[in-house]
Design a protein. Structure first.
Length: 392
């Protein structure tokens, strides 16, 4: 079988070109730069997180740092925490403790899809959906969300389903747009997936990528598809809730009533093994009971949102208030979003060009820019817009 790596490289070309651009890399540590580009921390980690990790490093027995898999105590902690939060009674045996959301997605795709299958994902996407689908030998099928609302289009997903469709991968709250999909849109999605499953005689699994489900603004209600559609896998990363993406721990949680649950438990475990031991590290699992209780200050993120987005609108940019996540999409005043991102760089402000997330003509900003970056960053947006207007 030919290597899939060339296809993966092609799928990642624009992402890697941006992330490994020497000029961009050099600016990341420049104290004069206002970084709105990536969801990386711009401040020191939560002291409580540091304390939990320090405590977890103290060995209590000879197996403290032995190989760890889906430890029973971790599964129970997660199930008991997320059940009330999401309103779904997850069973501990249906929870799989992964090395981040990345590992959760990769292992689940290995369990439900393979050569000859198709996996639908929504676009604009997280950078790595397409390469992860390609890596299991399946064919990626994109359904594009329409700006500026970026609503979840159940009918467009229904039109993309074929007898080969093994799974649909969605992301709510949605990176990069900040949309939190309302219950009504998720109910429509559940309906079309149920109809397609019955029509084709196989379950169309739903992979619900939810690393931001605790980062929601304005007291908005978050609904997980697992509450509406039993063949759902909830995929999660603690790195977002704690703004510590290098701390690789997450989980897969199978919804109650999952068809073929017994077989899938075995397949998910094998998926974790063959993905490259996609289990959370020992120290993180030891610290999990304390980690589960922690979160960054969502109110502070909302205050940044409420300063940045109205200011951009007042300047003349086209954007909307994100409902969750760290992110918002903004229409570029230049058709070439890569060029406008370079204009912003000259004015001390970093953003993610929309073409990196399959949305040319837009750019993404991250609210993880710290408070000291907000006002200088807004001035950079203002000066960049003035430069473009002067050119015209």
């Amino acid at each position: 079988m030919p290597s899939v790596l060339p296809r993966i490289a092609a799928a990642l070309e624009s992402t890697l070109a941006f992330l490994t651009d020497p000029e961009f890399e050099a600016l990341l540590d420049d104290p004069e730069i206002n970084n709105f580009a990536l969801g990386n921390p711009q401040e020191l980690p939560l002291p409580e997180l540091v304390g939990a990790l320090q405590q977890a490093l103290e060995p209590r027995d000879k197996n403290w740092f032995a190989y760890k898999m889906n430890e029973e105590s971790s599964r129970r902690t997660i199930a008991e925490s997320i059940g009330p939060r999401l309103g779904v009674p997850f069973a501990p045996e249906d929870v799989f403790v992964t090395n981040g959301g990345f590992g959760a997605i990769a292992a689940t795709l290995r369990a439900v899809a393979g050569p000859g299958d198709e996996v639908i994902f929504i676009s604009p996407p997280w950078f790595f959906y397409e390469p992860l689908i390609v890596a299991v030998g399946a064919e990626p099928v994109r359904v594009r969300l329409q700006p500026p609302a970026f609503d979840l289009d159940a009918e467009a997903i229904a039109a993309a389903i074929t007898p080969r469709t093994a799974a649909v991968l969605i992301n709510t709250p949605h990176n990069p747009t900040g949309r939190v999909y309302p219950t009504q849109q998720l109910e429509e999605l559940a309906r079309v997936l149920t109809e397609a499953s019955d029509r084709h005689g196989r379950p169309v699994y739903l992979l619900s990528d939810e690393p931001y489900h605790r980062i929601v603004y304005d007291d908005l209600r978050f609904t997980t598809p697992a509450a509406l559609y039993p063949p759902t896998f909830v995929l999660y990363s603690y790195g977002k809730t704690l703004l510590s993406p290098g701390m690789r721990m997450g989980y897969i949680a199978m919804a109650p009533g999952m068809p073929g649950a017994k077989q899938l438990r075995g397949l998910l475990f094998l998926g974790q093994v063959t993905t490259g031991w996609a289990f959370a590290n020992a120290d993180l699992q030891h610290a999990l009971p304390r980690i589960e209780q922690l979160s960054i200050d969502v109110g502070a993120l909302q205050r940044r949102r409420d300063r940045v987005i109205p200011a951009l609108l007042e300047m003349g940019y086209q954007t909307d208030l994100p409902e969750g996540t760290f992110y918002a999409m903004v229409r570029s005043p230049l058709e070439d979003d890569q060029e406008f991102s370079r204009v912003l760089r000259r004015h001390g402000t970093l953003v993610l060009p929309g073409s990196v997330v399959e949305l040319p003509g837009w750019f993404r900003i991250s609210l993880t820019a710290n408070d000291e970056m907000i006002e200088p960053g807004l001035e950079g947006f203002r000066r960049a817009l003035s430069e473009v207007a002067a050119r015209a």
